[in-house]
Design a protein around this ligand. Sequence first.
Ligand code: MG
Length: 417
Amino acid sequence: MGNLKITGVKTILTAPGGIDLAVVKVETNQPGLYGLGCATFTQRIHAVKTAIDDYMAPFLIGKDPARIEDIWQSACVSGYWRSGPIMNNALSGVDMALWDIKGKVAGLPVYELLGGQCRDGIPLYCHTDGSDEFEVEDNIRARMEEGYQYVRCQMGMYGGAGTDDLKLIATQLARAKNIQPKRSPRSSTPGIYFDPDAYVRSVPRLFEHLRDKLGFGIEFIHDVHERVTPIAAIQLAKTLEQYQLFYLEDPVAPENIDWLKMLRQQSSTPISMGELFTNVNDWRTLITHNLIDYIRCHVSTIGGITPAKKLATLSEIHGVRTAWHGPGDISPVGVAANLHLDMSLTNFGIQEYTPMNDALREVFTGCPDIERGYAYLNDRPGLGIDIDEKKAAQYPCIGGIPSWTLARTPDGTASRP
Ligand code: MG
């Protein structure tokens, strides 16, 4: 790209959907040419902003934005200690923005640069929840009416939040009616309470009901959110086999991945793993030893499009497919990055999608079209998405400590959220 240089790196914080988002804008010496990337780590948003403003920006200014791989590699080690969700999100914001710039310079959508179109539309899954199996069934029927052919089914969110004698911090979490948690002691530490034993017994009941009422013509996903012991996860995977899930997500915590070998020997329930991983190498053994079926990956937390493409290629060679994380806490720029990867990867598996509200679609222009359970990208160069900074400023970032992560088991022991 000749004399093109990076002249500015800016972090834009905004919360049009009520969730803090971080977007990086990389500016160049060519008037009007800039790129956008997602750097959203909602729970530590100001730490990411500092990493970008104080460390990434001075590192990048004056560099050639065409050198994506070189910038990724050198920025990754420039602090000597590397990786982790804060630095990787900062790096992702820059990486996606550089791909956006490269696409704009080439006059091509990013998926064309990644290998070109592999499919006509991108199949999505959406979330369903409910306080009991009947409410979950009703919610699935509503999503099926909208055209979704894949749904994530939870009951009481991640396992029936709350016990009878404790107040929920996050009232938005559904309390499961038919998950009977154990009693708590006479006094209690504040937190979101759940009973892993009662939860794990409730899940087969849910899927028995759903297959009975809805048949096998729809794909079901369930997220364990690493909330149970490894042996309970193995029991669950075995019991759920008969209900033919599309996949069971994060059955064990990152610290317990050695248990996946035993799980694999005992169950053919497809497994998706890695939402909390922060380094592409965390998946290596799981992929090469055939221990998982889907890479569950938060693209900005591993450092952006550049490492995600490499991880997807390793997965393809071993028969593993993709399932990029798509919650409300990634920006529409991050959603676009997911979809450009999805469009260009032959081993695409499924894409999680969280509906965007009107404010998000007003702040971010060029958001994908969603129709009958499929996403469609526009054909603009780069990632095809832009941000209206004035409108973004109308939705200030909230910051603070999240409450939903303060999970506890019935006796008050701190637990994984
Ligand atoms: Mg998950």
